[in-house]
Ligand binder design. Structure first.
Ligand code: HMG
Ligand code: MG
Length: 298
């Protein structure tokens, strides 16, 4: 049963720009957020409160969050790997915080410098503190299909991580294909494993497009009834701890897919393409969105 409506979270300002080699001024990030909300995005992942030694691009988290002119009805989410990050985020009033773990031990170590079990111990007080303040909590689960260090990741590892996330009170989890190696049946198996602990309304897809499979994987998830997805305008991005992995699936491409299937997103595709053109110009490179390229070539 295909959903009638889909919620998209644009993670471009965070996932898209965290790996950028050149410095991106905070004013450009703020303008990008404004353009995304103008295009009808109702949820935007803005930044992360991580070590600036690990991810220098996100060191301007306060400046970016403080610079945004918030629009009513839009949720602004941020990544917080530990209490230090969570506490730093509070001054900037995030609507939702994201703790991020991995289904693979090696990726957990490389990305957040601790084991899966240790990461859950770090997340638990963050989740508790966020809930006490009425802040929504999402959990990102990396490497649910494949890992840059371990190769294939079996669904049993995804089920294990989803159970741990559930156990500490995480309300919603994102099933991430961090390095974009997934194909539809593998992605569906990762969702099946997650659905052992979460219902269909509490899961989302987060697909990087390294192997060009992300639109197909989105459709495979839609067919299971998944109706929430992360995507990145212009297909920006990559993870600094997943070498060679490219950006998320382009938001423009997902919107085109959904609208073409008669599924509502509330997003104005032309305005979104303009937002993608803006950031691509600022970065001095062509967009990774196939849809944007096709439309702009007309
Ligand atoms: P650590 O070195 O183990 O932390 O890093 P520590 O607690 O031992 O502290 C070491 C230093 O970091 C100290 O500073 C702390 O104050 C500082 P020093 O005394 O050396 O000057 N520190 C912090 N600073 C700022 N904010 C914080 C923070 N915590 C400690 N929150 C840590 C652990 C998690 C901090 C580190 O590994 C880190 O920052 N990792 C970054 C990981 C990251 O951002 N990765 C990209 C995002 S995840 C992703 O892209 C995947 C996703 O898109 C889904 C998918 O596609 O798979 C979500
Ligand atoms: Mg990602």
């Amino acid at each position: 049963p295909l959903p009638h409506r889909v919620k998209l979270v644009d993670v471009g300002p965070r996932d898209g720009l965290q790996n950028e080699k050149q410095p991106v001024p905070a004013a450009v990030k703020i303008e990008l957020v404004h353009r995304l909300q103008d295009a009808g995005l109702k949820e935007i992942e803005v930044t992360s409160y991580v070590s600036p030694k690990w991810v220098p691009q996100m060191a301007d988290n306060h400046e970016v969050m403080q610079g945004i002119q918030r629009r009513q009805g839009v949720r602004y989410s941020v990544l917080t790997p530990n209490l230090k990050g969570f506490e730093a985020s509070l001054a900037d009033r995030p609507d939702e915080i994201v703790v991020f773990g991995a289904a693979s031990e090696a990726f957990s170590q490389k990305n957040i410098n601790c084991s899966i079990a240790e990461s859950i111990e770090r997340f638990a007080p963050v989740v508790e503190a966020a809930k006490a303040k009425g802040i929504a909590v999402r959990g990102a689960m990396s490497c649910t299909v494949g890992c840059p260090y371990e190769g294939d990741v079996p669904p049993s590892r995804v089920e294990y991580l989803a159970g741990l996330m559930k156990g500490i009170g995480v309300e919603h989890v994102g099933v991430a294909d961090t390095i974009g190696v997934g194909t539809p049946k593998k992605v569906q198996a990762a969702f099946d494993a997650t659905l052992k602990h979460y219902d269909i309304d509490s899961v989302s897809g987060h697909f990087h497009d390294t192997y060009g499979q992300a639109v197909g994987n989105t459709l495979a998830a839609l067919e299971m009834g998944v109706w929430q997805f992360d995507a990145s305008v212009a297909g920006l991005g990559g993870c600094p701890y997943a070498k060679g992995a490219t950006g998320n699936v382009a938001t423009e491409d997902v919107v085109y897919l959904l609208h073409g299937m008669g599924i509502d997103t509330g997003i104005d595709l032309d305005a979104l393409i303009d937002a993608g053109a803006y950031i691509s110009e600022q970065l001095g490179r062509p967009t990774n969105s196939r849809v944007a390229r096709a439309v702009l070539a007309k």
